[in-house]
Design a protein around this ligand. Structure first.
Ligand code: SDX
Length: 428
């Protein structure tokens, strides 16, 4: 038995043996299949990349049928339980191994040294209306950072590249907190480098005017775990965007801004906000049957349900669900949890959802925790983008260093008109 695919082109009777590697074939090996010599050759047509691997990666492994998620080979449940710091997991994603104590200390110091933003960022922020969407502000400010660090374009200079990675992981929390503070019309709270990554972020968010503010350790731990769970998810829409933008060899600030824009979509990282708006709209458990009917009749989607890869329970949703109890102990129970739990119970029994393998995903429960912690709904996508910046940067670095990669430029199947004659305006 040979590791090949034999394809017979019934138009010509020709036979082709296509090599199989990693349970896949190279799409370019199909180019030889043609009727006339002058033809371009056979293409794969795969809208939304439903069955296309565009990269080889060593960062994150997902088995959607078994609900398995691993960062650099470590199960997500283990990292959520054992790791006490988001920066430890960010180090793992970027560098490929868990850090030694000395490496973690250096990594923390490198990143904490870069949590401050140039004072002009505040002037740029001031240009936004008071009710500007914080994700729009976040994306704009990340892109603006590229104008402060011209050396970021030297992406093949390893030390300079790593410095931008430190800067981005450090500054995304500050920019996020500044966007929130701007919307409140309150003074900015500067980063404190003696706090954990999540603790510093919560302080910049909620210390406003409270000199005795201390982060609640339960909430600090919960946000650390949420950041760990959201840090990466292999070739999702925003990571694919990061790799595609990065393939043109632009600086990482511009690429992260583009990836964050992709994440903002309600089908992707914007779903956590959409779930809460859906629960608000449902209002009471009694209204659930009507919502389920609307979903089954195709009038709406059940936000926070379904996934392109997971055809089983999203392992992150399981961890988040248990985390919710911890947080509600401190914040008081979010009354929408009852609606969410009943919605899940009904959906998991209903043939429509079972047949389509629609389970709660990472976004279904996370918003309940964020709301209970005091974050406004429109801030939820920003909470997703903060940790995912580490994942985007890990994939960006892997992509630009991959000798097989070139600038991303897919082909198309042209189905439009050809060779049309010009008709003067007065004759149309
Ligand atoms: C994230 O890719 C990642 O890894 C993303 C992410 C990450 O960490 O980066 O995990 C984060 O984005 C999680 C997903 C958050 N989005 C939502 O919760 C929005 C609601 N979910 C859907 O829009 C949908 O499930 C997607 C977008 C997540 C996945 O859609 P697919 O894979 O393109 O599947 P599909 O739309 O083709 O659906 C297949 C069938 C369809 O029914 P039929 O046409 O076969 O009758 O399932 C139905 C869909 O209508 N369906 C849903 C549904 N999701 C899919 N029906 C009702 N409610 C839903 N949520």
């Amino acid at each position: 038995m040979s590791e090949t695919l034999t394809i017979i082109d019934n138009r010509t009777g020709k036979k082709f043996d296509i090599p199989i590697e990693n349970e896949s074939i190279r799409a370019t090996d199909l180019r030889q299949i043609k009727v006339k010599e002058e033809e371009f050759g056979m293409l794969c047509y795969d809208p939304a990349f439903m069955n296309t691997a565009s990269v080889k990666s060593r960062i994150t492994y997902i088995d959607g049928d078994r609900g398995i998620l691993e960062y650099r080979g470590y199960p997500i449940e283990l990292l959520a339980e054992k790791s006490t710091s988001f920066l430890e997991v960010a180090y793992l994603l970027i560098n490929g191994a868990l850090p030694t104590p000395a490496q973690l200390d250096q990594w923390r110091s490198d990143i904490k040294r870069h949590t401050f933003v140039h004072e002009n960022i505040k002037k740029l922020m001031a240009g936004f209306r008071h009710d500007a969407n914080p994700m729009g502000m976040f994306i704009s400010m990340i892109a603006a950072l590229s104008t402060f660090y011209p050396d970021a374009k030297e992406i093949m200079d390893a030390p300079k590249r790593m410095k931008q990675i430190h800067r981005l992981i450090g500054k995304v929390t500050t920019i996020a907190a500044f966007a929130y503070t701007h919307s409140k019309g309150m003074p900015y709270v500067y980063p404190s480098d003696d706090l954990s990554y999540a603790g510093n972020f919560l302080t910049m968010m909620f210390k406003i005017g409270e000199s005795k503010y201390r982060v609640n350790p339960v909430l600090e731990h919960a946000l650390t775990v949420l950041f760990i769970l959201h840090a990466d998810h292999e070739q999702n829409c925003s990571t694919n965007t990061m790799r595609s933008i990065g393939s043109s060899h632009i600086d990482p600030y511009s690429a992260v801004a583009g990836a964050a824009a992709a994440l903002w979509g309600p089908l992707h990282g914007g779903a956590n906000e959409a779930v809460l708006r859906m629960l608000d709209e449902i209002g009471t458990v009694r209204n659930i049957p009507t919502v389920i009917k609307d979903v089954k009749e195709g009038r709406r989607k059940l936000m926070g349900f379904g996934h392109r890869v997971y055809k089983n329970y999203d392992p992150r949703a399981k961890v988040i669900k248990t985390l919710a109890d911890e947080v509600f102990e401190v914040t008081g129970k979010n009354m929408k949890l009852e609606i969410a739990l009943e919605l899940e119970r009904i959906a998991l029994e209903d043939e429509y959802f079972v047949k389509r393998k629609l389970y709660p995903n990472v976004d279904f429960y996370s918003g309940l925790i964020y709301e209970a912690m005091g974050f406004p709904l429109d801030f939820f996508p920003v909470l997703f983008a903060i940790p995912r910046t580490a994942g985007w940067l890990a994939h960006w670095q892997e992509h630009i260093l991959d000798p097989e990669q070139k600038i991303a430029r897919p082909r198309q199947l042209y189905v439009g008109e050809r060779g049309r004659s010009w008709v003067p305006l007065d004759k149309r």
